[in-house]
Design a protein around this ligand. Sequence first.
Ligand code: WTA
Length: 647
Amino acid sequence: MFEVHTFPVPEDAKERALVTKDQYQEWYKKSVEDPEGFWAEQGKRLDWIKPYSKIKNVNFMVPDVSIKWFEDGTLNASVNCIDRHLAKRGDQVAIIWEGDEPTDDAKITYNELADHVGRLSNVMKAQGVKKGDRVCIYMPMIPEAAYAMLACARIGAVHSIVFGGFSPDSLANRIQDSECKMVITADEGVRGGRKIPLKVNTDKALETCPSVTSVVVVKRTGGDIEWVDGRDIWYEEATEAASPDCPPEEMNAEDPLFILYTSGSTGQPKGVLHTTGGYMVYASMTHQYVFDYHDGDIYWCTADVGWVTGHSYIVYGPLANGATTLMFEGVPNYPDSSRFWQVCDKHQVNTFYTAPTAIRALMREGNGPVTSTSRKSLRLLGSVGEPINPEAWMWYHEVVGDKRCPIVDTWWQTETGGILITPLPGATDLKPGSAALPFFGVQPQIVDNEGEPLEGATEGNLCITESWPGQMRTVYGDHERFMQTYFSTYKGKYFTGDGCRRDEDGYYWITGRVDDVINVSGHRMGTAEVESALVAHDKVAEAAVVGAPHDIKGQGIYAYVTLNAGVEPTDELKKELVQWVRKEIGPIASPDWLQWSPGLPKTRSGKIMRRILRKIAEDEFGNLGDTSTLADPGVVDDLIDNRQNRT
Ligand code: WTA
């Protein structure tokens, strides 16, 4: 077993810290003993139009699950991210934009941000978008993506961002599910020197989305696109003609702020719904304390706004705190593998927050691309999205951070709105690979498969027993599914879907998903989604998909495919199926390994035994457990003999 070293809090991190070790303990205690008092105080970090008098109103019991925070208060999220900063920091940079090409960058001050957001808000209103309407954002990583989010928030529209790497079909499904009225997109995106046909994809998606009446298009590349008169509007023309003044809509704390689709254990992604007050309190508070954010810090989170990390820690959290947040359009290895560190030097980045998959990919390129840069400005490093293996943690610490910078390994989910388990840089001794301790107000519990709480050093399923303000409120349009997914497995508790170990110091070690969700390069993917894409191909009879260890991606996608009778299993067909899945869902869903399987291991009642498929994919077939309940135990031998080489 990997020997666990503990890294004590460095002296300078301690001195600077907003929260020290003693304070962490004291505040944590207060936050769980008197949540109402604790959060009543924290709620004040926002500007409210009408102050709240009620703090928390939560029921975790099916069939009455209901979560409300600050429910009689009113506010506007864009005012909290923009207007309230203008008097003091109108000329401060709000967003540093770094384009795909190193020569392409921009700085947007808070005054400029106010102007852009006001204009776009008016354009949206003129198109008939009203409070409560849903707006889909399908954008590259350009400042207009942040303007679009904030403009929605300003007029009370609910944004639903779809990651720019998703296919027309995936985009269409998400637009249909929440019946969006408008799509905001760009002609094309640019990443790593390659163009992404966003408008073409949008046009294709909208063939099946009658709810959409207007499409706002940002001109990013000037590439050739089709135009639908009466529906499509150029962003630049429309915003130039619009007034920059748009009064904010007064929103109840529990009015929806956004929907974000995420993968679950069924084929259909869930529309995770977050509301305004609690989410904003939690995003802003976690951003401040987890990243020990001080005025003047330059903060960079490398996520895409298509994922929740981009929502909470590129846009809402940092801007609510009046921070300078860096938005990067490109990829870590373009033009070369030094890019991240060159950007850190160029913009004097102090806090850098990325995903383990990026760290592992860069680690493979050796130390040269890192050590050729200065990185002196860096003070704090962060990790998110999947478990970080101790080897990658050590490299991040020693090579990237020159052994100076603490690493915050932050565990959370789309559903949680913000970080739940994490070290605090000035308060927590670090153990490589552990997300450490719960944030204020968060009460983790590890339970066995029957839901019995396990005490002390132990391992099991991770639940959270009490609500926190940033928690999702429902699955859009399907409260039943919300209750079933999160509150019915273990009665009265929020079940995360993650497995977890707790050590003798009370540190949490996330071991990965225990459901049919896999984590590929830090992106969540439902195995059922990939399966339904595969079986949609006319040569495929049946498919089963599992996750298997992958050196760079953490987990890769391993697909077992049964072809229709008479279809020849060829290498060309394999390639065709991988392409097919890319086209159906998007490149992030491409199977890494595909194995022809004449049959799948099933119980006599016809249920696929995924446990066995997982073990074979992991090369752990010496230890398959009981296979006697299989309808045809013979299929297992065939699968073992023909397993794919993963190295
Ligand atoms: C995993 C991303 C270990 C976990 C913010 C979770 C992590 C899923 C960590 C959520 C971490 C996220 N250590 N595992 N620090 N952070 N995960 O919704 O399995 O895209 O359930 O949210 O990622 O992924 P999501």
